[in-house]
Design a protein around this ligand. Sequence first.
Ligand code: R5P
Length: 298
Amino acid sequence: MKRDLTCLSFPENAEAAERLATMIDAVHCPIQLHVFPDGETMPAFSDEIGPDVAVMCSLDRPNSKFLPLVFAARAARDRGAKRVGLVAPYLPYMRQDKHFVEGDVISARIFANELSGLFDWLVTVDPHLHRIKNLSEIFNIPSEVAHSAPSVSHWIATNIEKPILIGPDSESDQWVRAVADLCHAPYTTLQKKRCGDRDVAIAGSETLLAGRQPVLIDDIVSTAETMAKAVEYVRSEGHERPFCIAVHALFAPGAMERLTGAGPKMVVTTNTITHPSNRIDTLDDIACAVLHLLDRAA
Ligand code: R5P
C-alpha cells in the first residue's frame, strides 16, 4: 500500500531523517529552527505535508527541545496532517519511574502523558524500562520499540575476538543478555550502588572469564560514572582494558573525560544521539519499527 508520508526533522536529526525517509518511502521535510535573542524559538517548515507525518527528534536535553516539538506537532495538524507520530531515538525521563525520596515527581509518567496528548504514535530505541515494564503502562498511544541489540551484536562480532559481555548493574542485564544471545558470547553483570548523581560504587558478582576481551554494555552513559567505575573494576581484577558500548550517548559535561581517564580500550555508541563516539547505526531498526507500527495502525 502506498503511504503519503512526510518525515519532519529538527536540524540535529536532519541527516538521519533524510536516510530514514528513504527507508520508509517518505518525503523528508526539514524544520528550520529560529532562536530569537530572548531564547524563544520558532520552527518553520513547508506547508506541503502529507496526511501522515513522522516527526524525528531525539530527545536528549529534552527541556529545550520539547516546546519546539509541541509547536511542530501542532502546526503539522493545522496544515492538514491526519496522523502525527514521533520518532524519538532517545526517550528521556524514563529513569524517573518512582519516588526515590518523598516528594519526587514521577516524571516518566507525566512526560509520557504529555507526548500521548501530542502524538498519535511513538517509535523509540531501547527505552529505559525498569520498574515500568512496558511503554503501554505510561503511554496511551500505540508505540513500537526498536532494539539496538542486533546492530550492537553485529558490531561486536565484526570488531572483537572472544568477547565477554559485562553489564555494570542489574538493570543492564536485559540489554547485555539480548546482545550476548545474538553473538553467542558469555555474559555477566556487576553490582552497582548509587548514592548520588556522580557517586556510584561497582562490585563484581562473578569471576570474569580469563582469556576473553571484556566488553561493558549499558543503555545510557550520562555522567559516565557507572561506566568509568566498571572499567576501573575490570582493570583492578587484572583483565584486559574493556571496550565500552552504550546505546544512548548522553554524555553530560565532563563525562567523556571521566570515562577515557578510567582507561577503556575504546568507547562506542549507537547513533540514537549524535555524538563523536557513534559507530553503530540503528536506523534500519528504527525504519522497521516505523513501518511495522504504521501497518499495525492502518
Ligand atoms: C541506569 O541504571 C542506567 O542504566 C545507566 O547505568 C545510568 O543512567 C548511567 O548513568 P551515569 O553515566 O550517570 O552513571
